[in-house]
Design a protein around this ligand. Structure first.
Ligand SMILES: [Zn+2]
Length: 88
């Protein structure tokens, strides 16, 4: 079974979870997490791949090495934007 996946979305969601887990001052409700993901994903290029189900994380991790700095910067900015003006 093949999947069409934007691996950038996986990485953004993973990075948001990591940052929220260690920074309890930011709201981690579903609305805020989705808003953060939307803002970060609009700043980062999409990274669609066609992949087998078991290979998705492999593709995500290989992209993560390449874009780590941009990824963390975009997610950190998105968390700050949402925290200043939450929609929950
Ligand atoms: Zn919230």
């Amino acid at each position: 079974m093949l999947h069409l996946v934007n691996v950038m979305e996986i990485l953004v969601k993973e990075t948001i979870e990591d940052i929220l887990k260690t920074n309890e001052e930011f709201c981690a409700c579903e609305r805020c997490r989705f808003d953060m993901a939307a803002i970060a994903l609009n700043k980062l290029p999409p990274a669609y791949v066609v992949t087998m189900e078991g290979e998705v994380m492999l593709r995500a991790n290989s992209l993560k090495q390449q874009i780590r700095v941009d990824l963390i910067r975009a997610v950190t900015e998105a968390i700050q934007v949402v925290s200043k003006n939450p929609h929950h």
